[in-house]
Ligand binder design. Structure first.
Ligand code: SF4
Ligand code: SF4
Length: 222
């Protein structure tokens, strides 16, 4: 899922301070699952942001709404109507949701309340960790299901580097070396021969280096 976290409250307050009325729009998708951008969080944000301590003058009036998936134009257009007199929309979705809202309501400023951080998984109670970088050319089949692109600090495809020590990455003592994990996993799978395969130079044109990517699916005609 896409993991996002709330921006600092003062930063959000500064970005909405000029408006008299602001719609806070929750998203029922990924950010709701990672407990940051759903309806409950939007209500909490509305309460917090209404406090005068964040403003030089009067705080804006906040109204909460929710869209099941802000990253889908049809949902946005069908289920969201800006409240009368609203000056801006404060989106609690990931960056894709913010941009979908901005395209759908191009006369209304849409302001992000979140910092979108990574594609990750829930690894323990309240703990999400990065697992995929969306590189467009998945190598998990050769790396024991552990992603070197997202989980190795240097994105090495033929690791480990010299900084790997006792299973830890040189970047920080708490961080496991992804390549140590890969080798251990391949050993337990009895597939250590996969480690001997040298990855060819990766085609980064299917990653972000190739510009914004898209996926088209045509509806079958019956
Ligand atoms: S190899 Fe690429 S697509 Fe596969 S998990 Fe890693 S970043 Fe994601
Ligand atoms: S120590 Fe391991 S995880 Fe860290 S940069 Fe080197 S190979 Fe990658």
């Amino acid at each position: 899922m896409i993991v996002a976290e709330l921006k600092p409250l003062q930063e959000i307050a500064d970005s909405v301070a000029q408006y008299g009325k602001v719609d806070v729009v929750a998203c029922g998708g990924c950010v709701s699952v990672c407990l940051t951008g759903g309806l409950k969080s939007a209500e909490e944000l509305r309460r917090e942001l209404s406090h005068p301590k964040y403003y030089m003058g009067r705080p804006p009036l906040f109204q909460v709404q929710s869209i099941q998936r802000q990253c889908e134009k049809d949902f946005v257009r069908s289920y969201f109507t800006p409240s009368p007199g609203t000056g801006a929309v404060l989106s609690m979705a990931c960056g894709a949701g913010v941009q979908t809202l901005a395209e759908a309501f191009n006369k209304l400023p849409v302001i992000p309340a979140m910092n979108t951080t990574f594609l990750g998984s829930l690894d323990g109670p309240g703990l999400w960790t990065e697992k995929c970088h969306g590189c467009g050319n998945c190598v998990l089949g050769l790396t024991g299901g552990i992603c070197p692109v997202a989980r190795c600090a240097k994105r090495l495809l033929n690791g480990p580097c010299g900084g790997s020590s006792e299973g830890k990455c040189e970047v920080g003592g708490h961080l496991n070396c992804a390549w140590h994990l890969i080798i251990e996993r391949l050993k337990s799978l009895g597939r250590l021969e996969d480690y001997d395969r040298l990855f060819p130079v990766k085609d980064w044109s299917v990653d972000k280096a190739g510009g914004p990517r898209s996926l088209g699916r045509l509806r079958p005609s019956y």
